[in-house]
Write a protein that binds this ligand. Structure first.
Ligand code: TXA
Ligand code: MG
Length: 313
């Protein structure tokens, strides 16, 4: 079992000795290690049973730390950083020599973000290296939004979990590459496409492909509970002996067990409870989970993306 602590210095000591620590962020918990140390980074892949072709995000706490990781920062990247850092936005940059190839799965670009969580920002500012951190879940399972979630699935392989409470945003960061024309969104996430376009003053293209996973949880089956999950449709009506769990946006579906994401119909509140709701339903005495698409705007798009990958059909 992992030790769960609120002691930032202890977390810093573990990381400085080359150990892994689960860290809180505003999106989901990360499984962190020294991004400059390829041995530590290989332990992250092993702990998650994550394939080596799926690169990691590097977390920084200051612009100096960023400059140690990248070749240069373009004006467009600067604009997005000004607007959304610290926050749920990851940007791609040409990587510097300090970043080992294992972090980027051999790609020339590195994904970097500055997370908006006071404990993790303080931790990063104490360290002399940035932190490589994928979400702290076994590969393919639902991402963790609390220390307990991390403990329940990775407790055997993570010595220390820094407990920063529930993640406030609840879906992963948006990943953007501003070097393409137009700029590309590689993963929908906590900052909406509309916000990115407003900030840059130009349209972006959404470039997610599941056949060639160059980016995120882009694989078709990802973020998935162990119980089958289906879009609510006539193709998946329950048989008479089957119990249905329902993940509902706003109280509008019938089922044997229901998790309502936002009674007020608020997408921000719904996102913060999405993975928690999926985990909770996964533990109930039901045969499958039914879900309806959320409104396809703002954070709703990122949530529909995650649900689509979690649904078996
Ligand atoms: O909100 C988040 O981004 C969370 C927290 C912990 O920061 N992290 C997270 O990491 O979601 P992970 O590993 O679960 O997803 C990161 C995705 C990966 O699937 C990977 O494919 C993509 O980011 N990625 C990382 N580096 C990349 C690169 N150099 N080029 C393209 N995609 C990259
Ligand atoms: Mg992940």
């Amino acid at each position: 079992m992992s030790v769960i602590t609120k002691d930032i210095e202890q977390a810093g000591l573990f990381l400085s000795r080359g150990e892994l620590v689960a860290i809180p962020t505003e999106t989901v918990y990360g499984l962190a290690g020294n991004a400059f140390d390829s041995l530590v980074v290989s332990q992250i892949f092993a702990a998650k049973q994550r394939p080596f072709f799926d690169p990691l995000i590097v977390h920084v706490g200051s612009s100096n730390q960023l400059l140690n990781c990248v070749e240069q920062v373009s004006p467009k990247a600067e604009k997005l950083m000004q607007a959304f850092w610290p926050g749920p936005l990851t940007l791609l940059f040409q990587k510097s020599m300090n970043i080992p190839d294992i972090v980027t799965s051999g790609l020339p670009k590195v994904a970097v973000r500055m997370p908006n969580h006071p404990m993790t920002l303080q931790l990063l500012q104490q360290l002399s290296f940035p932190l490589a951190a994928p979400s702290a879940n076994p590969f393919g399972y639902i991402s963790p939004t609390s220390a307990e979630h991390v403990q329940s699935h990775l407790g055997d392989v993570v010595p220390l979990i820094l407990d920063g409470g529930f993640s406030s945003v609840g879906v992963e960061s948006t990943i953007v590459d501003v070097s393409t024309t137009p700029p590309s969104v590689l993963r929908l996430g906590g900052i909406s496409v509309e916000e990115i376009e407003d900030c840059l003053g130009e349209p972006v293209m959404i470039q997610q492909s599941s056949s060639q996973p160059q980016a995120p949880g882009m694989l078709d089956s990802h973020y998935a509970p162990r119980k089958p999950m289906h879009w609510c449709s006539e193709d998946h009506l329950p048989k008479s002996n089957e119990r249905v769990g329902v993940l509902s946006f706003q109280g509008n579906l019938n089922g044997d067990v229901i998790f309502e994401l936002s009674h007020q119909g608020d997408l921000v509140e719904a996102a913060s409870k999405l993975f928690q709701g999926m985990r909770w339903l996964d533990e109930q005495d039901i045969d499958f989970i039914w879900v309806k698409p959320l409104p396809d705007r703002g954070l709703g798009r990122a949530m529909n993306d995650r649900l689509g990958r979690a649904c078996r059909s």
